[in-house]
Ligand binder design. Structure first.
Ligand SMILES: [Zn+2]
Length: 398
């Protein structure tokens, strides 16, 4: 048992992982699928009762729910509902606002989803138009303006992520973007981080130096590491020094990461702020730089996530239990230590009871990042886990 706080419930399985044998048996995968199917029916009803698709974002809107159906189709061959495809096409054709360019909160999300959808559902001509619109967003991304953020949710790495995702899922080379273009986007991200400190990059969002995956360094560095194949000389050293500064200076004694530079309050254990998102960065850093030190820090982040991760805030992937389950699952995928499978599946099982223990109802209860769609995505992802196809946090973990 761990301590209950105003943020989290006590974890009844803390220190009792040895009793969780049933969670590593094949029957538990069936239970996860059963729970996901029940929640899918709830989602389908909920989506029908929503009378507006005016929020088309991956984060809280209609295309986030589409992304879940697209992923389920990939994993299980479940067909994508026709009306969801129509909604996506209508969004790409007429609703894009042309103001935000990231994947999670901007126009890149719908455009990329249309391009990576199977050709039997989206015509090649439409995909080509979407690719052109995606590349045209560069006029918002590449302009030198200190007001343009660099973080995942609204910023330049959110656009860079879209390009990396597109190039790994597009069905043919003419639907991919050129590597020189990707390098240009990376250069604009690095350039805008220079000048404030001589030994590391500097990024802020709304006048604060955020740390977490959603708005801060964790997310920015993670996407930059994933873009390693496109780095220019000199970029690697800057990225690594920034990472080392983050690990040595921006953690609490508990092992948790701060939410922003100067924060004194060790409260948040979310994907968006805190250790669960940091695990994904640290494991990627271990792979890129070949250093066990990064794995050790990730394991400490895993411990604090396991102890304090049953959040009162709810079940969602952004700041809820399913997102924390993804951090623990990443540790299993990396270390192959079954302890982490027990822990991640324990959090997954907690999510079977979606909606019964959260203190607040999310604003967008069907959505991918705050609501039901993200939980279903996680349950199916965990149920289908296998070597070479480990679960990955949606719209972030590549
Ligand atoms: Zn969040």
């Amino acid at each position: 048992m761990t301590q209950e706080t105003d943020r989290n419930y006590s974890n009844p399985w803390y220190g009792k992982e040895g009793e969780l044998d049933r969670l590593v048996k094949p029957e538990f995968r069936k239970e996860m699928k059963g729970a996901a199917n029940g929640l899918l029916q709830k989602l389908a009803k909920g989506v029908k009762s929503q009378n507006s698709d005016s929020d088309y974002s991956i984060y809280t809107g209609s295309v986030g729910i589409y992304y879940m159906y697209w992923y389920l189709n990939k994993k299980t061959n479940r067909p994508i509902p026709q009306d969801r495809v129509q909604m996506l096409l209508a969004t790409c054709k007429g609703s894009l606002r042309g103001k935000r360019f990231s994947f999670v909160c901007g126009d890149a999300g719908p455009l990329v989803m249309a391009i990576v959808t199977d050709s039997s559902l989206v015509d090649k001509k439409i995909k080509t138009i979407c690719l052109k619109k995606l590349i045209d967003l560069k006029k918002l991304v590449l302009v030198r303006d200190p007001e343009i953020p660099n973080e995942v949710m609204y910023g330049r790495v959110g656009y860079l992520w879209s390009l990396l995702f597109l190039n790994s899922y597009a069905e043919s080379d003419d639907l991919k973007v050129e590597s020189t273009f990707i390098s240009q986007v990376i250069a604009s991200i690095i350039d805008s981080g220079l000048g404030r400190h001589k030994d590391r990059l500097y990024y802020e969002w709304h006048e604060k130096e955020y740390i977490g995956a959603a708005h801060g360094y964790i997310g920015i560095l993670y996407v930059l590491l994933k873009a390693k194949a496109y780095w220019a000389p000199g970029q690697e050293a800057l990225i690594r020094r920034t990472l080392e500064w983050l690990i040595s200076k921006q953690r609490f004694p508990s092992g948790n990461f701060k939410s922003s530079v100067g924060s004194m309050d060790d409260r948040l254990i979310h994907w968006c702020h805190g250790s669960p998102g940091a695990i994904l960065l640290l494991l990627e850093a271990a792979t890129v730089f070949g250093s066990q030190e990064f794995v050790n820090v990730a394991l400490e982040c895993g411990e604090v996530t396991w102890a304090r991760g049953l959040l009162k805030k709810g079940y969602g992937i952004c700041h809820g239990v399913s997102g924390n389950a993804y951090g623990l699952m990443a540790l299993y995928a990396h270390t192959q230590d079954e302890l982490w499978l027990r822990r991640s599946n324990s959090f997954a099982e907690y999510c079977f009871h979606y909606g019964t223990k959260n203190v607040h109802e999310p604003d967008r209860p069907m959505s991918l990042f705050e609501g039901l769609a993200g939980v279903i995505y996680m349950l199916i992802d965990f149920a289908e886990a296998q070597p070479g196809a480990w679960p990955k946090f949606p719209a972030f973990h590549l």
